[in-house]
Design a binder for this molecule. Structure first.
Ligand code: FES
Length: 174
């Protein structure tokens, strides 16, 4: 199910490790699969396991341990807000409530239009920049409160309408 391009990128990750340790590329391979599919279906995880020569359950253990992997479809833009104590005390809790109200969803939920998924995140190592959030695991927004959050949501909503963000075609996967 992965494209030739994704397979080639996974092969490049595998090549970074000794030949008998290709399983060391598991996190990169899962990230590549998720970026292409939008989330990690059973079929995608099984394919990564096959490529790496790992038991599927071992790949599942990785995919379920780390919060950046999604085991079910998300919205085009996943917003992960840090609510750990240093952030929570510096506007993170308020930013989370602001986003819940603006998007009409709770943590772990996706907006009915499929544009956004809201997540609660752990410390991102940027406590001095609170509130902080991640967009699709890659883009960090600092001092993200109030009007800045609203501008971000407006920007991403427009991008979602242009078909940008995580692919949405994988909902029918296993
Ligand atoms: S507590 Fe939020 S980034 Fe550290």
């Amino acid at each position: 199910m992965l494209s030739a391009d994704a397979r080639a990128r996974i092969d490049r990750e595998i090549a970074k490790y000794p030949a008998d340790q290709r399983q060391s590329a598991v996190m990169s391979a899962l990230a590549i699969a998720q970026r292409e599919q939008g989330w990690l279906s059973t079929a995608a995880i099984d394919e990564v396991a096959s490529i790496l020569g790992m038991p599927p359950v071992a790949v599942y253990e990785v995919a379920t341990f780390y919060a950046m992997y999604d085991l079910k479809p998300t919205g085009r833009f996943k917003l992960t807000v840090c609510t750990n104590l240093p952030c929570a005390l510096s506007g993170g809790a308020a930013a989370a409530e602001h986003l819940k109200a603006r998007l009409g969803v709770d943590f772990g939920e996706t907006t009915p239009d499929g544009r956004f998924t809201l997540r609660e995140g752990e410390c991102m190592g940027a406590c001095g920049d609170a509130p902080v959030l991640l967009v699709n695991n890659l883009r960090m927004e600092s001092w993200a409160g109030g009007e800045k959050l609203d501008r971000l949501v407006d920007e991403l909503a427009a991008a979602a309408d242009r078909g940008e963000g995580a692919p949405r075609g994988g909902e029918g996967g296993r």
